[in-house]
Design a protein around this ligand. Sequence first.
Ligand code: 7TS
Length: 424
Amino acid sequence: MRPSSEIITKEVERTIRTPLNIARIREDFPILAQRVHGKPLVYLDNAATSQKPQAVIDSLARYYSSQNANIHRGVHTLSELATYEYEKARGKIKLFLNASDSREIIFVRGATEGINLVAQSYGKKFIKAGDEIIISAMEHHSNIVPWQLLCEQVGSVLRVIPMNDDGELLMDEYDKLLNSKTKFVSIVYLSNSLGTINPVKDIITRAHKRGIPVLVDGAQSTSHLLVDVQDLDCDFYVFSGHKVFGPTGIGALYGKTALLESMPPYQGGGDMISSVTFEKTTYNALPYKFEAGTPNIAGVIALGVAIDYVRAIGMDAIAAHERELVNYATERLSATDGIRIIGTAKEKASVVSFVMENIHAHDIGTIVDREGIAIRTGHHCTQPVMKRFGIPATARASFAFYNTTHEIDELVKALVKVKEIFGA
Ligand code: 7TS
């Protein structure tokens, strides 16, 4: 559990910041003041990537204008400063996820690279021919393909937890899939195409009863839910910085120390070694064993700033505001003739996917864009989800804490125009 001082801070943040002062928060995001096609930008594509506060943008400029140097290798002032800032950011992510040790935080390019690292390092060492890996029917391709690659390499088998028509996992079916051949479970916390919040803690408990490790794909959950990796007891957790108001090209993998210690390096190169001879190379300690080569130093430092920003607002306040947005969008879209919501789980956050009768999702996206509204349309890199619901694509509005109910009204107005254009 979190230390009590942190819980108290969270309480204070909640009482002074609920409800959030959205107008004030929006001033921190310069891009939100833009006009698109002459209309105020309504940015509802946060599941694809979130916008960046000025503090994050400034951090990138500050790094390159006054701190730029390579880390972990120089004794000169700038190198020491860059190293200090880089490692400080690791500490911030440790706190944000409530990991027990900074060495459990590995910097990677994003959720995708984090999953590939675990599949190739842990998977190749510990998963053998005939072993089974369980994922779910609502995984992003990033949490399907790396496991399929591993299956091709070692001869293991992928098993899939099915879901119901609301987009909720069938836990009884999960229980049936768990058996003595199961060697790994990899599961999405918050679905990017349905908005379902999965019962990951329960999923982890059931796997652990059989000694099976679990990876949680936190690509979507990290910016919307308070995540506590110790409370979840997950073995691995991955997320992408760009979805948490930080830069692209940087993210983190959390792994329990004992597991990370047992795994071979993912890539070879500078910084990940302890000593190299042509006869034998020994590897560096955690976390450096998994951070070969010069990393995205500016990205790491700016991600730390993004985490500071999110923590200052408070995840509880963010979750409460976004719950309101999802409920409001669900109500308004359901009340509009010809619109059907895909993903009606009881536990949902931040994402509302929908289809419109006889209108392709791409047409919806193109027309609302003319109104300055950014939504995503397509399969959202979850083709099996589309197949499960028998549709080619959805239109998806996805929210962040800076969105408002007024923006949802604007979306609904634009969708009514879409219907008019198609004579629906
Ligand atoms: N897992 C989930 C659940 C995701 O939603 C995404 C990206 C990823 C993994 C991969 O993240 P990356 O940062 O490594 O690419 N999801 C989306 C999306 O919904 N629209 O664009 C990217």
